[in-house]
Design a protein around this ligand. Structure first.
Ligand code: TRP
Length: 334
């Protein structure tokens, strides 16, 4: 038995990961696997809850995301990497939890209300979307997750999980572990090429696995300080997305201090700075990209890792579900 706590987190398969994911999640995931028993899963059923009208991408996006994880150094020897739908008991547990969870608790979840109001291009009136937070509770509990790294927006989901677990335990005996939030270290916010938050849906993303040429093209077209029209105008690095990204990837902080200085006094221009960022960013991502290309050339590399992960969670899942069924009198005993 290991005494390490088990950290668990899931991500929807959204396809190739961006530089925003690198600084927002991947570095943190890599660090957590050194300290904890890390469970990282692809939340493919969660993707269905909002994207049920177009499910074509799910399998391909799952593979892309796992390849990105592996190339980023999420190590399948250290971390358990699996796919939600390979653990069908998650659906069964979601159903049992749905018996004890009052509808009003789900209606109250802030992200539910917000997304119903704000996302108009998708039909989110389905029961699956409503059940989303309960399925998340099942994800966590089913492998006995102790700690869940969460950003601000996920705190209510974790609170709901804890409440549902307590209600279940009161009714059926103390079977389910109550997970805790691990307030995630605030990852760096990475601006996209247009200065807004980097996001696939804004079309402003730099993908980790894109080619050096693609990165170069994007960086050369990046927005800089909009008030700096001419090279002779002094610039303000504090509001320049180019500077922000450069700070994250420059090989030496002294380089940044110099670009900062020469921008403010209009000594250097944005084009020269862009060329430097192209060089530094491509150098920063080079090992990742080499490793990613090697993995992509190995047929089934991602699926093999997912299969092994699913096999590794099986004993925990079966033991827990056995207890749950027995406590609810849904077991095979005659
Ligand atoms: N809700 C998370 C998201 O949208 C994904 C997720 C599903 C998750 N199940 C989880 C996160 C369990 C942590 C724990 O990104």
């Amino acid at each position: 038995m290991t005494s390490k706590k088990r950290v668990l987190t899931g991500y929807r398969p959204t396809g190739r990961l961006t530089l925003g994911h690198w600084f927002g999640n991947l570095l943190n995931m890599r660090e957590l696997q050194e300290q904890y028993e890390a469970y990282y899963f692809v939340a493919d059923w969660h993707a269905l809850t909002s994207d049920w009208q177009d499910t074509h991408g799910v399998r391909r996006y799952t593979e892309e995301m796992v390849l990105d994880w592996l190339a980023a150094g999420i190590d399948p020897e250290k971390s358990v990497i699996y796919r939600q739908s390979d653990v069908p008991e998650v659906a069964e547990l979601t159903m049992y939890l749905s018996m004890v969870a009052p509808m009003s608790w789900l209606e109250r979840v802030p992200s539910y209300k917000e997304q119903r109001e704000q996302i108009t291009e998708k039909d989110l009136g389905n029961v699956g979307f409503f059940l989303y937070p309960l399925m998340q509770a099942a994800d966590i509990v089913i492998v006995r997750g102790d700690l869940v790294p969460v950003g601000e927006d996920q705190i209510p989901h974790l609170e709901l999980t804890r409440e549902v677990v307590r209600r279940f335990n009161t009714q059926y005996g103390d079977l389910l572990p109550e997970p805790q939030a691990l307030i995630a270290k605030e990852g760096a916010r990475v601006p996209g090429t247009d200065g807004r938050k980097m996001s696939k849906s804004y079309g402003n993303a730099i993908y980790l696995s894109e080619s050096e040429e693609e990165t170069a093209k994007k960086v050369m077209s990046m927005v800089t300080d909009p008030a700096r029209k001419l090279k002779s105008d002094p610039g303000n690095p504090d509001i320049c997305p180019l500077h922000h990204i450069h700070k994250l990837v420059a090989p030496d902080p002294a380089d940044i201090a110099e670009w900062d200085r020469c921008c403010r006094v209009a000594e250097c221009g944005c084009v020269a700075h862009k060329k430097q960022l192209v060089e530094d960013l491509n150098a920063y991502l080079r090992d990742f990209r080499t490793r990613r290309a090697e993995l992509a050339a190995e047929p089934g590399a991602a699926w093999d890792v997912l299969d092994r992960g699913a096999a590794r969670v099986r004993p925990t899942v079966e033991a827990l579900m056995g207890d749950v069924r027995r406590a609810m009198h849904i077991d095979a005993e005659r």
